[in-house]
Ligand binder design. Structure first.
Ligand SMILES: Nc1ncnc2c1ncn2[C@@H]1O[C@H](COP(=O)(O)OP(=O)(O)OP(=O)(O)O)[C@@H](O)[C@H]1O
Length: 257
């Protein structure tokens, strides 16, 4: 698939296949095209050439409005929580597609089977992500790492088949990252979600991924198991931006071995 913005080429002939139930990471230097790729898969961008297959359905442009019904959920690079809603309310927004007319109202007040079901889904996800105790807090009062977890919960509450995570661990400390790794993995294990992850921390990527694709200047330069990608000279070059030496591995990559 290819994608351009005016004269700027974001993706050139990128061909990726993610297997069901896989944790698949996309890495690459700044501006490599990682977010663009997720934006194409989630229907925010329409590719200039190529298509996106989700399950058996093929799209020239993924219909963003129908994303939830396709079983796709995503998080964004920047925090995007509603400060006027508490944590449970923000998580409930992940179900909004199921009833566009006032799902939140149903969850907090009125009786009925759907409201009950929505409430129990939110309760279950909050317990899963260990945020039950702060369900009624406003996101603005919480540490950054916890807010990122609320975003993950919001994406998970609809039980997506495909979960797109754009730098979910950015700005986190080591303990917060370890928690996030645990939750992403548990989500895959418990619900069989396929996960596409953009992440800059190579240690995390090596630890969590079944497979990794590497983008550089909008092109895919490698695709394989973590060990294959780690040892790929083209990948090492792209990260170092210099000619390689057989004995030289970038510190971050070596550290992740
Ligand atoms: N909406 C847009 N309009 C114009 N150019 C864009 C747009 N989105 C992305 N680009 C360009 O496409 C290229 C790829 O950007 P993208 O954000 O996908 O890279 P990235 O790998 O996610 O980078 P980072 O790691 O910094 O988030 C860049 O040259 C960027 O400037």
């Amino acid at each position: 698939m290819s994608l351009a913005f005016g004269g700027v080429t974001a993706l050139t002939g990128v061909d990726l296949k993610v297997a069901e139930g896989e944790i698949f990471s996309v890495i690459g230097p700044n501006g490599a095209g990682k977010s663009s790729l997720i934006n194409v898969v989630s229907g925010l961008y329409r590719p200039n050439a190529g298509c996106v297959l989700i399950g058996r359905k093929s799209f020239a442009a993924v219909p963003a409005a129908a994303l939830a019904s396709l079983g796709v959920a995503r998080t964004f690079q920047n925090l995007a929580l509603f400060n006027g809603l508490d944590v449970a309310g923000n998580v409930a927004m992940g179900l909004a597609h199921q009833d566009r007319t006032g799902l939140f109202g149903q969850i907090v007040g009125s009786p009925g089977a759907r409201a009950e079901e929505a409430r129990s889904l939110v309760t279950e996800i909050l317990a899963f992500i260990e945020l039950t105790a702060i369900a009624d807090r406003a996101p603005g009062t919480l540490p950054y790492g916890v807010r990122k977890r609320v975003e993950l919960a919001r994406a998970l509450v609809s039980r997506p088949k495909l979960l797109l995570l754009d730098e979910p661990m950015a700005g986190m400390n080591a303990a917060e990252k370890a928690d996030m790794v645990r939750f992403v993995r548990a989500a895959r294990d418990r619900w069989g979600a396929t996960v596409v992850l953009i992440e800059h921390d190579i240690g995390v990527v090596m630890e969590i991924s079944d497979r990794i694709a590497v983008l550089d200047h909008g092109r895919k330069i490698a695709d394989g198991a973590p060990a294959e990608v780690r040892d790929d000279k083209g990948v090492i070059d792209a990260y170092l931006g210099v000619a390689h030496d057989d004995d030289e591995i970038p510190l971050e990559l070596a550290g992740a071995a």
